[in-house]
Write a protein that binds this ligand. Sequence first.
Ligand SMILES: [Zn+2]
Length: 697
Amino acid sequence: MNTFYVTTPIYYANSLPHLGHLYTMIVGDTIARAKRQRAIETYFLTGTDEHGINIERAAEKAGRTPKEQSDYVVSYYKKMTSEFSLDTEHGGYDIFMRTTEPFHYEGVSELWRRISKSKTPKGNDAIYKGHYEGWFCAACAEYKTEDEYQKPKNEGDPPTCLIHDTPLDRVSEESYFFRLSDYDEALLSVLESRPDFVRPESRRNEVVSFVRGGLQDLSVSRLKTSVSWGVPVPGDPAHTMYVWFDALTNYITAIGFGNEERQKAVGFEKFWPAMHLVGKDILRFHAVYWPSFLLAAGIELPRAIVAHGMWLDPNGRKMSKTLGNTIELDVLQKHFSIDSIRYFCLREMVFGQDGRFGYEALIDRANSDLASGWGNLSSRTLTMIARYCDSRIPSGLIPEDKLLLAKRTGVDTDETTVAGFIEHARDQFVQHFEKLAFSKALETAWSVVARVDKMITDAKPWDLAKDENQKQTLGVVLYRASETLRWLSVMLYPVMPEASRAIWKQLGLDGSPAQVDPTQLKWGELKEGATIGEVQPVFPRLDKTKIMAEINSGTAETTVPSAVAPGPSEPSAPVVHATQADAVGVTSFIEIDDFAKVDLRVGQVLSAERVPKADKLLLLKIDVGEEQPRQILAGIAQYYEPEKLIGRKVVIVANLNPRKLRGFESQGMVVAASYGEEGRPVIATFTEDVPNGARLK
Ligand SMILES: [Zn+2]
């Protein structure tokens, strides 16, 4: 049975999609891609729950039929899934499930019939007719549950409607009930015998104590006179099935339960049971009601119910329109690549816990982990293969007679050292992924990026390239780096499909990382002599100042590369660029020889820390391709977080007389633009890869 079925919740079609919906879909999509990559036949469901009084009412307001109202909301979901490459066309979901589908009516009716014929574990009828009694708001025309009304100030008074602020009426109507109270022991025994049934453990414990607290029977129908927009109860059309019975059942009707057509197209026996991804706010329905329905119908229980946390704003507050701290999907779409959003979501939220989401944090992650991390490793490796190896993958082996020579450069001549490290990291990565510990998995992958980056920096290929005798040593370093890129493309494909495919192609490989099982990767299978593809940066660096100004002004234009001046029809964003602010005022000219006196070099920041009692100064250690890194002081502490500079490429004046500042010798100067009245510094950097020590001319 090599199949897998994963679902997001189906979203209630009374509001437009937001970050929470996007997030669960990204998680589902990532899981589905990872399974497919391992040749497991996978079915991925997302969709909408389209029945009920709220939709009926919204439709009435908009002058539409309820179905037209649902279609309208669904069109926004379809737009989102297409824009974020989550639809079938982009290799994402297999079905966008809608509870208004005729096959769903068939399937959910079949489930009702089965359950109404069955007995509970305690020998009672599983469905019975009774009276639903509750607090009813006449203006809303609906019953209010405890969290939907305001409790009265004086005991004995009725509660009031949160919307209308009017007292509620105690009303009773005929309703079918599901005898949930008879399923407590059966549920507890499942929760005990299957510790992974509800994940994470903290959520499982919540469910256990909820069930131990005793279960109330569940009203599963409403009179058609109060709610007509829904599935009629089989054999009693005066009743409409109520909410959860209808909605939860979509997970089985979508794959063919109770209807021929879907059974042929997908196959219930083939794919059930599913792994359900849910937000913690709907855990109870999935972990208590749903398994009870299935037990009653004699259907196998889900594989697992996995609850994820919520996104909070950068200050840890709940996101809400009133606070104005929501993340807007169109802003994400306009300014960020899909892969960077996927990466951020999976890296930043420890799965199961709440996470924090902010545009600035997203830019920082994209720049530090993607542009300067994986992206930089990729472009520097491939650029050097293009330059030093005639665009061909070099040999990964050092011939016997060159071993001693290679050893002298400090390069590890034993290839199993790096191979072993990466194999171990891959195993850990796969294990974390299996446990849905995406954040940990990505941390592990980034330990590989850091390790191989350091291998390159230590080996200094640009120096090796100067010595014909070290050609093989140089080749070995670049082979190891490019073979690492191949592995990373496969490992990271489920998280960042587009970037992985791009790097795969730049390595000159055939096929797609989507078809390679990460557990089957073997070190050394990258073929020597193969020609690499065209080298292009996969993750361009994001201009934080510019993007944040655009987001904050709300007048974000379509992306104009920052080097291109906006045309007359495009209003420029209200941000002062160093180039615009200080481009005037060049007063005298120099000869080229004067310029040649200044030795400008490329360096890379190895460490950065604040200088005690000097609030403007940072103490930097910069690798400029020399034996020892330079120690340089820079007056940028008010504008740059030290830890964010690490790994960054900078330009330094290398032949400046050393001088002492605050007791530290500064061996050069970091070049920066300066603008505004305060002389705000902006460090000069490169968008393409360039080796440390390269001279600027
Ligand atoms: Zn009301």
